[in-house]
Design a protein around this ligand. Sequence first.
Ligand code: HEM
Length: 519
Amino acid sequence: MTMPYETMPPHTLIFFVILFLPFVVLLHVAVKQIAKISKRKQQQLQVDGLPPSPPGLPLIGHLHLIGFLPHISLRHLAGRYGGDGLMLVRLGSVPTIVVSSRRAAEAVMRTHDHLLASRPPSTVAHTLLYGSRDVIFAVYGDHWRKAKKILTSHLLTVKKVQSYRAVREEEARLAMAKVSDAAEMGLTMDMSELLYSFTFEVMCRAVSGRSVKLNGTSTLFRELLDVTETLIGGFNAEDYFPWLLRVGTYRRAVCTRAEKVRKRWDELLDRVMDDHEGKLVQQQEPDFIEVLLSHQHEYGFTRDHLKALLVDIFVAGTDTSYIVLEFAMVELMRNPHVMARLQDEVRHGIRNSHDMVTEDDLMNMAYLKAVIKETLRLHPPAPLLAPHYSMTEIHMDGYMVPAKTPILINAWALGRDTSAWEDAEEFKPERFMDTGSETTVNFKGSDFQFLPFGAGRRMCPGINFSLSSIEIMLANLVHRFNWEVPTVTGETCLDMTDVFWLTLRRKEKLFLAPKMVEM
Ligand code: HEM
């Protein structure tokens, strides 16, 4: 029973006062302190300005400072103006944040990821991808969450990727047969075509099974992929001057162009999906289309959703893996000691004396994996990742990032940052080996100096899929063949000019001459 205060004896009251007084005082101090801190924070927020910016021009902002290789121009500008790895540039009339340091990348993709993981609007992508019903261009929210889940839980799981082992091995075998023919006839090979076809065929068969190859549909897929990349990766003026879209004729022209391509995708994907639904396609291991159709209702997706996801998979998954393979071969040719060590590992790492490297053999090939990592460090296929977008105003590292601002993360610059990497410009796979300087560094999204696949919520879900194709193909290329750079007017030359399209790739095709090795 509680005692009313009036009836409390005086000594009990004194006891209570003595007991609680320190708490009251402490509480008072704490409240004052919190008020002080939040006031300071408030003042700080008001003081936080935009990140530093180079001098710009009216109307075009900093566009004139960005060349055809934007990742290089942006690194150069960040070196001069973006002290802490954060810089603001105006691309036309669009203020854009550029991230060029490990610390800033961590702030964007870990600390504030939940507020910066959206994508800027793109009229072309929106029209082409069924009203942004895909994953790559979708704004951060429920649809993106569901769409990403269907990819990560059903299509691109480790188990599912493993199930395509026979497809990869068969396509690698077909590619090696072409190389053998060229070697026997002493011919030079168009490696770009060979490597692109390999990654494309693996992707086509994963998406739609063996039939695409047999009925010629893969040629149509390839044509459409080219057109789509030109459309999305080309210069779209409205991305830099969004007010252009208020001009009716301009807007209609942009949408019509994208709609034309979408209709072509529609025809092709509808036909292939109809075949799947009509059970015209039957195989042991369900392909992506079958998997998507079987989960369609569970996720509440329409056919347009599924088509948008399929376009995404082609766009995101084909070029990227091929680019890594091509650059890996180029770096091996430029660094003969690396080629020799890799060939030694592959040639001695095969358990049975079969003529092809199989996926069982790859397990112990640590140097092969280091070569691929080093290629991804120096030549990330998406050097600026895909643009992120702030959903609200945020404050980081003493700077303010306004709401609705695109953010470019310069993964190419991070991979060559001399404060993070020893001999940053050199191709040294050893750095990732046991005794190397970067043994523990990986591209899984927690080492912010190495982000070829991004990090955080928007990280690429296709890492396993791409690595398994790249590993089997690269190992087989160096297993039974030595390679030579053809001579042009008596001199060997490897053109290293890059072009930036949707991805960063070599400008010139890669030609090499294979020489069969007697095993
Ligand atoms: C070497 C190969 C690849 C590289 C270097 C690569 C790189 C990337 C990068 C940099 C991003 C953007 C990350 C960000 O915004 O922070 C991305 C996103 C994505 N990638 Fe990949 N990728 C590769 C292969 C693949 C493959 C094979 C697939 C599918 C089969 C795929 C599907 C996707 C998808 C769906 C997204 C969008 C994720 C999202 O917005 O949430 N990628 N990839």
